[in-house]
Design a protein around this ligand. Structure first.
Ligand SMILES: Nc1ncnc2c1ncn2[C@@H]1O[C@H](COP(=O)(O)OP(=O)(O)OP(=O)(O)O)[C@@H](O)[C@H]1O
Length: 618
């Protein structure tokens, strides 16, 4: 045990005997002091002798000096070590430690690299230390013959989009990512994507058992491709369990922001090397078919989403700001200001299923009818120019009885909004709620998907849809058991429907919508919930701007506005009624038209490092 003992050591290379001061663990933290290895090492420049002690959590490093007061201690937490090595002969028997202590920054966790090299008395000694440290980093028990039982190096497939963000992904690979991955003793293959959908096609074909994980060195768009590539495989059920990691080189970097709350590349890479894995929910999204001359051939299609579905303001900014891509993440700020200056609203119908409805039906049996659960349709009363207060008690009653305690019920105004704001978009009309009646929208025969409602412009500014062959997934796997087919009406109970003019509808299942946008602060990777925010027409530009500013810190839920609602749900359906608009899934443009989505809890696995509770390791 250290704490009471002294080292009596023979200084090498000069070989005279010296007694060390008492060895004590540093007081800063309370490390596990049960030592696994002790040893004497030296550094050559400056020439010094060191006593090293390895415990389960730290390496204690003490400089040995015959002169009192000249000894120095360093407590190196293993949690800050990315790896270690023992260079092969003819190099001297060195133990090299790659240390990435946290630095201080206003935003996010920064790290700086420090390399510490200690000369061991013999090569077997250096190798013994190196093996023991690697085992501890991989959470493998350290035994007497650890050297023989070293786990095989992890193998990662790195997919790099050289054009993501400001086009620096390859450069950052060379300067930051690959050096750290090598230091972590991870073997890798790096593939640069050559075109849109390249990663998707590749992932459909490759042999997955060869890889311990797939790492996206890009933005969220490439992650979307990889997830859908995995889901298009015949072995999708197993394939989608392949751990997925992301290193933020895009402009939005929402997923990296959710892992990392302001993702700085070096810290993200460090977490990736640590390798802790968590389950992640996916959302199955059924979208309208591509417009086709042969309207009979067109069938709704399905894709899998890990981040968001957006309609209105958010998707407009995302797509329109493509032209400012050179600005990096600032493109979203500029895009937001431009869109706020010319605020638009869109007519539509949003239906959602609150979470508690599903809790009782997860075994496949239909949920029992609850006393207070009822469908509500809010329809726009265009004939009356007065804004009537919605009977908020009805919806809140229904919602608050069907939501778990964590949920925020929709924040509807107890009083009608005052006069329409001067900034209100095209038509500022207020919602008049009406309980579901046999004749109301939900009970009506299936809605039609009029071809005129599609606005699938191949010449959109982003040109995002060009050359994108959508692959139809088999419709029945995994089954969307909460949703009827897209062209069928929703059930009349357990669903809430709102119809009117919307500025935006955003369904998010990660905490961040961008590195800087903490848009769903309560969201967790595997909470089994879709976090739905909708903003209705009539909101002033100033309030909308305040909403986005508050989102940066994640405290926008406390911003009270009768036009802004935050709810959670398990499934939703969105029926745009305006003839033109923009819909995105994970930031990617999809055909404009009706769309519906359902959460599939914990379907994928995400590499999160040691943040939060990990379930396993790479
Ligand atoms: N070599 C390539 N050339 C052109 N497009 C590519 C290439 N490789 C991938 N893509 C496509 O580029 C799109 C955008 O990439 P990605 O989302 O990774 O970066 P980003 O848009 O900068 O980041 P974010 O989504 O975080 O804003 C992806 O949908 C992907 O399909």
């Amino acid at each position: 045990m250290i704490g009471e003992c002294r080292w009596v050591f023979q200084c090498f290379p000069c070989r005279h005997w010296v007694s060390s001061p008492p060895l004590r663990p540093a007081a800063a933290s309370a490390p596990d002091t049960s030592s696994l290895l002790h040893g004497q090492f030296a550094t050559l420049s400056p020439a010094s002798n060191y006593a090293l002690t390895l415990t389960h959590t730290h390496i204690h490093i003490q400089r040995l000096s015959s002169r009192p007061g000249k000894e120095a201690r360093l407590l190196l937490p293993l949690s800050e070590l990315v790896g270690c090595s023992c260079p092969r002969s003819p190099a001297p028997p060195l133990l090299v430690l790659y240390w990435y202590p946290q630095g201080k920054r206003r935003k996010g966790v920064s790290r700086r690299r420090q390399v510490k090299a200690y000369l061991a008395e013999s090569r077997p000694e250096a190798e013994r230390w190196s093996a023991a440290i690697q085992c501890l980093l991989r959470e493998v028990p350290v035994t007497a013959n650890t050297g023989d039982l070293l786990p095989r190096p992890r193998r990662l497939l790195l997919l790099v989009n050289p054009f993501s963000g400001r086009g620096q992904a390859m450069q950052w690979c060379q300067t930051h990512i690959l050096p750290m991955i090598r230091e972590a003793n991870i073997s890798y293959n790096l593939i640069q994507t050559e075109r849109r959908n390249h990663a998707r096609e590749l992932i459909r074909e490759i042999s997955l058992p060869e890889w311990d994980g797939i790492v996206i060195v890009s933005g969220d768009g490439l992650m979307h491709e990889v997830i859908n590539g995995l889901m298009e495989r015949p072995d999708w059920e197993q394939a989608i369990k392949t751990p997925l990691g992301i290193l933020p080189c895009g402009s939005g970097n929402a997923l990296a922001g959710s892992i990392n709350h302001y993702p700085l590349l070096l810290n993200c890479c460090f977490l990736l090397c640590q390798g802790g894995i968590r389950p992640m929910d996916l959302v199955s999204v059924t979208i309208s078919p591509l417009p086709s001359k042969n309207s009979h051939a067109a069938a709704p299609r399905r894709l899998f989403s890990f981040l968001s579905v957006a309609w209105g303001f958010v998707s407009d900014v995302d797509i329109e700001s493509e032209r400012y891509r050179g600005l990096g993440s600032a493109r979203f700020t500029l895009g937001t200001l431009v869109r706020i200056a010319s605020l638009r609203s869109y007519k539509g119908r949003l239906s959602y299923m609150p979470p508690s409805v599903v809790a009782t039906s997860s075994n496949g049996t239909p949920p029992p009818r609850r006393l207070l659960s009822r469908s509500i349709t809010e329809v726009l009363d265009q004939n009356q120019n007065t804004s009537r207060p919605r009977p908020h008690s009805l919806l809140q009653h229904s919602s608050s009885n069907s939501l778990p305690p964590k949920m925020t019920p929709p924040s509807f105004s107890p009083t009608p909004p005052s006069s329409p704001s001067c900034s209100s978009p095209r038509s500022s009309s207020y919602l008049t709620p009406r309980p579901n009646t046999p004749n109301s929208t939900l009970n009506s025969p299936s809605f039609q998907m009029p071809s005129s409602s599609f606005n699938f412009d191949l010449n959109e500014p982003a040109g995002l849809l060009r050359n994108r062959p959508f692959v139809s997934l088999p419709f029945d796997v995994p089954r969307d058991d909460l949703l009827p087919p897209l062209d069928q009406p929703l059930p009349t109970r357990d669903w809430v429907t709102i119809e009117g003019d919307f500025v935006l509808v955003l369904a998010l299942y990660q905490s961040h919508l961008g590195a800087d946008l903490h848009a769903a602060p309560h969201a967790r990777f595997d909470d089994g919930l879709i976090h739905l925010t909708f903003v209705r027409a009539g909101i002033s530009r100033a309030t909308l701007l305040r909403l986005f500013f508050a989102m940066e810190k994640g405290n926008h839920h406390s911003l009270s506005s009768p036009y802004v609602s935050h709810i959670t749900c398990k499934a939703f359906r969105l029926q745009p009624l305006s003839p033109r608009g923009t819909l995105t899934v994970d930031g990617e443009l999809v055909p404009y038209g009706p769309l519906q989505a359902q959460i599939h809890p914990s379907m994928a696995r995400l590499v999160v490092g040691d943040t939060g509770v990990k379930i396993t390791r790479l």
